[in-house]
Design a protein around this ligand. Structure first.
Ligand SMILES: *Cc1c(COP(=O)(O)O)cnc(C)c1O
Length: 167
């Protein structure tokens, strides 16, 4: 309700949430995914855990978030998704990122683990990509000790995540 999304799946950590998104999107061995090098390590480990390869695109020094202008040169035929991070509560520049993803046929996972309640052009962080992931570790805006949440309007992704989180 807070985020205005159709589906929210509670998980045991933000890391688990990210990894389940990777699985639900069918990303695996041989695939490449573009993310930020300036983040908590889960933003890259979620791909390594599924034998996919994180590819780092440098940050914009003004925002410390992935620089959208540098992403397209990092895209290869193996690239499957973009994983921007809303670092320290400041949402990534999602409009050019989502436009690029759409034009190149890539999925978008928004790592909003550090940005619950933050807004980007009046829209809430975590609702800007196809899926958004939140973490509730003690260093987050809201904590449950350990925990996380995946939010999406994509019913198929939601159903897969709810199914796979059980194991
Ligand atoms: C906290 C965080 C996560 C997930 O961390 P967990 O400790 O597994 O909940 C993922 N990405 C970023 C950017 C984070 O800050």
């Amino acid at each position: 309700r807070l985020l205005g999304v159709r589906f929210a799946a509670a998980v045991n950590s933000g890391t688990s949430g990210l990894q389940l998104c990777v699985r639900a999107m069918g990303i695996g061995p041989g695939d490449e995914v573009i993310t930020s090098p300036f983040t908590f390590i889960a933003s890259a480990n979620c791909f390594l855990a599924e034998q996919a390869k994180p590819v780092f695109v440098d940050i914009d020094p003004a925002t410390w978030n992935i620089d959208p202008g540098r992403i397209s040169v990092a895209i290869t035929p193996r690239t499957k998704a973009l994983l921007p991070v809303d670092v320290f509560g400041l949402p990534a520049d999602m409009d050019p990122i989502c436009a690029l993803a759409k034009s190149r046929g890539l999925r978008v996972i928004e790592d909003s683990c550090e940005a619950l309640g933050a807004t980007y052009k009046g829209r809430l962080a975590g609702t800007l990509g196809e899926v958004g992931v939140f973490g509730f570790y003690p260093n987050k805006q809201v904590t449950t000790g350990e925990g996380g949440m995946v939010v999406t309007n994509d019913e198929q992704v939601y159903r897969l995540i709810v199914s796979m989180r059980n194991q």
